[in-house]
Design a protein around this ligand. Structure first.
Ligand SMILES: [Zn+2]
Length: 442
């Protein structure tokens, strides 16, 4: 199966190379701003803007005629070209979003980029891109040392199971990274190593996640709370930075220090998520998780920081591709499935459950256990109850189950039949389910 995968390496450029990296990032920024200015001019005159190819053609005409742009030859043509492509996509996304054809938040009109206020980044879409040992070779820049070995990608390139499509170079704090977008021919196993194993996973605020597997084992993952533990450092660095005079060398140093702390927080978080999701995907064939409305939850300002710190959205994304690579699947419980409020013993559903109640105590059967474990057991039961009815063509609604299991393919993440969506039963939705199946108990 051919998948697009990123291989990211931290670069260790020589001083001259670092100057070139900065120059390329500046060129990409200039091209974006130049293109955006042309598009705005044309939009005001004719009511439409240029495409990426038009901009590149226009740039090639102007750059030679304009003496002020004499520096264009110092950078790879890709830096300009790819910036025009990015701008083209941003404009198209803006149009789509305005028409309501694009999911998510409404996008604003693309803005100009300012040095120091935007991400330093540029992309090579063609040219010589190679890697070997602890080096990568990029167009114009030549061979750049990396901090770690590139052998995993190098081996794949040598054996012909991978092809580099593009290389994006970006800066985070004082570190430069290259991220290769690679088309990889992955051998996806036909079945999981531990066929039939399943785990219900409750993503929590107190802990990163609580899992209960089919053998009844509780798998708690504490999670690093990266942001909270570094909050004091961030506050100090942020305060120190804001006290420095505008435009001074000390302010620049303060900004660099603050960026380093933020980068560390992101790294700690990503590391914990990668380890937890890799472990789950390799040990269990079926991972059942909730479909959390992360964007909505972050709007709760009391919880926003805690939720954002855990990286729920990222955990879900990682689980989706990692389970596929291991021959497993992710089953997602519907957004309205009451995993926390349902009793895992008798199935009674509470109408209210405050987040401060860390223990679930059932008033119907007297069951008392940890709130997160109860939710994880419910999720596990949800998948087990509908497991045999899962297929690619659509869901079967089974009577007397805690939730309806419908199967839907998530595009781009898993092949047909690998991913299921289990929807919780909602009184107001029963009419719709009835029409889908004659077995509905309602
Ligand atoms: Zn109960």
């Amino acid at each position: 199966m051919k998948v697009h995968q990123a291989y990211r390496f931290a670069l260790d450029p020589a001083p001259a190379q670092e100057r070139m990296l900065r120059s390329h990032a500046g060129a990409a920024r200039f091209a974006w701003n130049w293109g955006l200015a042309r598009c705005r001019e044309r939009y005001e005159a004719e009511g439409k803007w240029y495409s990426g190819t038009d901009l590149h053609r226009l740039w090639n005409e102007v750059k030679k005629a304009e003496p002020a742009l004499g520096w264009w030859g110092e950078n790879s043509k890709c830096a300009y070209q790819e910036a025009f492509r990015d701008l083209d996509r941003a404009l198209r996304d803006f149009t789509k979003s305005r028409k309501g054809e694009r999911k998510g938040k409404r996008l604003g009109f693309p803005g100009f980029k300012k040095r120091g206020k935007c991400r330093d980044s540029f992309r090579f879409g063609s040219g010589v891109m190679r890697c070997s040992g602890a080096t990568v070779t990029l167009p114009r820049l030549g061979t750049v040392a990396t901090h770690e070995s590139t052998r995993k990608l190098a081996r794949r390139l040598a054996s012909g199971t991978a092809r580099i499509l593009s290389a994006t170079v970006s800066r985070t704090a004082q570190w430069w990274f290259v991220s290769f977008t690679v088309e990889v021919d992955r051998a996806i196993p036909g079945h999981h190593m531990r066929a039939g194993s399943a785990i219900g996973v409750d993503l929590g605020v107190k802990t990163l996640l609580t899992g209960v597997d089919d053998a009844g084992n509780v798998v708690p993952v504490a999670g690093p709370k990266a942001l909270r533990s570094s909050l004091r450092q961030i506050r100090r660095a942020s305060r120190a930075h804001s006290r420095k005079a505008q435009g001074s060398a000390n302010r620049r140093k303060g900004a660099a220090r603050l960026a380093r702390v933020h980068a560390r927080v992101a790294n700690v978080r990503a590391d914990a998520l990668h380890k937890a999701t890799s472990a789950l995907a390799s040990r269990y064939e079926t991972v059942v998780a909730e479909d959390l409305n992360v964007a909505g939850m972050v709007r709760n300002r009391r919880l926003a920081r805690a939720i954002a710190d855990q990286g729920f959205g990222e955990a879900r994304r990682m689980l989706a591709y990692k389970t596929t690579w291991n021959g497993g699947r992710v089953v997602t419980a519907g957004r309205f499935y009451p995993s926390s409020k349902t009793c895992s013993g008798c199935g009674a559903v509470k109408t209210k459950l405050a987040l401060s109640e860390r223990r679930y105590v059932c008033t119907a059967c007297g069951l008392a256990l940890d709130r997160d474990i109860n939710a994880a057991v419910n999720l596990l039961n949800l998948a087990a109850s509908g497991a045999e009815s899962q297929n690619a063509c659509g869901g079967t609604v089974r009577p007397g189950l805690p939730g309806h299991v419908l199967v839907k393919q998530e595009p781009g993440t898993t092949p047909v039949g690998e991913t299921g969506t289990a929807r919780g039963r909602r009184p107001s939705r029963c009419r719709r389910f009835r029409s889908a199946s004659s077995h509905c108990p309602c």
